[in-house]
Design a protein around this ligand. Structure first.
Ligand SMILES: Cc1ncc(C[n+]2csc(CCOP(=O)(O)OP(=O)(O)O)c2C)c(N)n1
Ligand SMILES: [Mg+2]
Length: 558
């Protein structure tokens, strides 16, 4: 049967099981939007294309499915860029579809023309400019395949308007064959054997678990490896929830704002078992000083991550779930009793703590209360800055896909639209965006999207009147010269702002108001902004100064 390119897109999205897409219209995507009008796909009209990309990303991280966003050419497409880069850095499966000017106008500086495939080449796993309608169905199938397989990532399809209008037979390929693209899923048996032997012989092993464990749904296998062999587990920001924070073997996050005990344990370990993590600089600190006594096993699906920043002794390329399953069959339990005792001593000596004077609203206390009120069952999204690090430190994530946060890119303005996407994907979950007063203003327009579409996300603004994380660096390393980090008083009034959009606003200025406000937000079937006026100059500790060894922490000691 013949159909238009626009119709082919809809049919292809249906074949891929797409239930929801986020986006914004414009001239050259009109044929596609005309088809979306009565397509069996829920379409969420955002208020800025960046919101669409982050919502698709939040949806993908919360559900494990591919997130889809759609925008017009030129400014619509470039507005997606930060969202695509954010997804790329954190290996999030996403398909972005952009309209493009007519094929014969490409390169002509046509109205609203931008070379979006050129612009996004370094921030997509792959991208396509559709030049012939006969390729369209295949390209869409490939795009979803590439987005969700191997190390996932965003794929962009740039679709000229004339191709949306042309007609051809709809032929859906049975399978995808892309030359040179064959991710390795199963670990090499020889490497598994070597790794098992290294684990068995180790005295001070530690698992360093990253976002790959969440992506490959490997939490059960990870838990088996850790608990059967008494190996402690530390996690990256993206790895949180991969192993329950409430388990006695859990050490919390490592790195720049990791727990002191996780960082000491990494530095003193004799064997690091890295799973789905990439040794980024926020984790390693000074690379030359990183874990000097440790052998390193690195399990990763992306061969390009292995030995990229740290030399690895036993690389195992494969899917974390498979490889951990293989390892679990091969490993014999090492004797870690003395090591666990040492770690318990560190835990007792250097706990995470804050100065909890009873009359103040401490941001850490707010997060503890959100944890208590949601019993750890919520999905937490974050903005970026101190709010994000406190959300990582003070909420106990016990399940995968319960923290949704921009790690690699550190994108302010991510958390609110990501919360909208997460709530759409997981409608029964309570979804909280833990926000900063700076970050929330970067995609505040999505309040309209959330209210109009009845997506009752909750936003906890840790309002410190500062671009707090930058102010913290200025306090510690720039002699308290707060150059352009003070946001200057009570502007905007977040309560009135929420109300202006038809949401509920609650202001909290006293500690005893914290919990009632959280409870009220959870009980309210609407979007809620809670404006927590927190201690203004509170810092995130421990902190490893950039470029230092990770056991050289400020503020982590007893
Ligand atoms: C888009 C973007 N611009 C700038 C930065 C640099 N930056 C990192 S944290 C931060 C401050 C964030 O302030 P706020 O949202 O109030 O969070 P707080 O640290 O106060 O909790 C800034 C400006 C960034 N991460 N993202
Ligand atoms: Mg702030």
């Amino acid at each position: 049967m013949k159909m238009t390119g626009a119709k082919i897109v809809i049919e292809a999205l249906k074949k891929e099981g797409v239930e929801v897409a986020f986006g914004y219209p414009g001239g050259v995507v009109l044929p596609l939007f005309d088809e979306l009008y009565d397509a069996p796909i829920r379409f969420i009209l955002v208020r800025h294309e960046q919101g669409a990309a982050h919502a698709a990303d939040g949806y993908a991280r919360a559900t494990g499915k591919v997130g889809v966003c759609i925008a017009t050419s030129g400014p619509g497409a470039t507005n997606l860029v930060t969202g695509i880069a954010t997804a790329y850095m954190d290996s999030v499966p996403m398909v972005a579809i952009t309209g493009q000017v007519k094929t014969f106008l490409i390169g002509n500086d046509a109205f609203q023309e931008a070379d979006i495939t050129g612009i996004t080449r370094p921030i997509t796993k792959h991208n396509y400019l559709v030049e012939d309608i006969k390729d369209l169905a295949r390209i869409i199938k490939e795009a979803f395949h590439i987005a969700r397989t191997g190390r996932p990532g965003p794929v962009l399809i740039d679709l000229p308007v004339d191709i949306q209008q042309q007609e051809t037979e709809f032929v859906w390929p049975d399978k995808v064959e892309i030359r040179g693209y064959n991710p390795t899923y199963v670990g090499h048996p020889g490497q598994i054997k070597r790794a098992a032997k290294a684990i068995e012989e180790s005295k001070r092993p530690i698992i360093y678990s990253g976002g790959g464990v969440i992506t490959s749904n490997a939490s059960e296998e990870l838990r088996e490896l850790a608990t059967r062999n008494d190996i402690p587990v530390t996690m990256t920001l993206l790895g949180l929830g991969g192993f329950p924070a409430t388990d006695k073997l859990a050490l919390g996050m490592l790195g720049m704002h990791g727990t002191a005990y996780a960082n000491h344990a990494i530095m003193e370990s004799d064997l690091i078992i890295a799973v789905g993590a990439r040794f980024d600089d926020r984790v390693t600190g000074k690379v030359e000083a990183f874990a000097p006594h440790a052998k390193i096993i690195h399990i990763d699906i992306d061969p390009a991550s292995v030995s990229k920043s740290v030399d690895v002794d036993i690389p195992i390329v494969g899917d974390a779930k498979n490889v951990l399953g293989q390892l679990n069959k091969a490993v014999k339990k090492p004797d870690t009793a003395a090591w666990l005792k040492q770690i318990d001593e560190w835990k007792a000596k250097f706990p995470l703590k804050y100065n909890g004077s009873a009359d103040k609203v401490h941001p850490q206390y707010v997060i503890e209360q959100i944890y208590e009120a949601t019993k750890g069952e919520a999905i937490i999204t974050t903005e970026v800055g101190q709010n994000q690090m406190w959300a990582a430190q003070w909420y106990k994530y016990t399940k995968p896909r319960t923290i949704v946060s921009s790690g690699g890119m550190g994108t302010m303005g991510y958390g609110f639209p990501a919360a909208i996407g997460a709530k759409i994907g997981m409608p029964h979950a309570t979804v909280f965006d833990i926000a900063g007063d700076g970050s929330i203003q970067m995609n505040i327009q999505e309040l309209a999207t959330a209210v109009i579409n009845k997506i009752p996300v909750k936003v906890a603004i840790l309002n410190n009147n500062y671009l707090g994380m930058v102010r913290q660096w200025q306090e510690l390393f720039y002699n308290k010269r707060y150059s352009y980090t003070c946001l200057g008083g009570t502007c905007p009034d977040f309560v009135k702002l929420a109300e202006a959009y038809g949401a509920v606003g609650i202001r909290v200025t006293k500690r005893e108001e914290v919990r009632p406000a959280i409870d009220k937000a959870i009980a309210t079937d609407n979007v809620v902004f809670i404006d927590f006026h927190v201690e203004k100059e509170e810092n995130v500790f421990p902190m490893v100064p950039a470029g230092e060894a990770i056991n050289r922490m400020i503020g982590g000691m007893a």
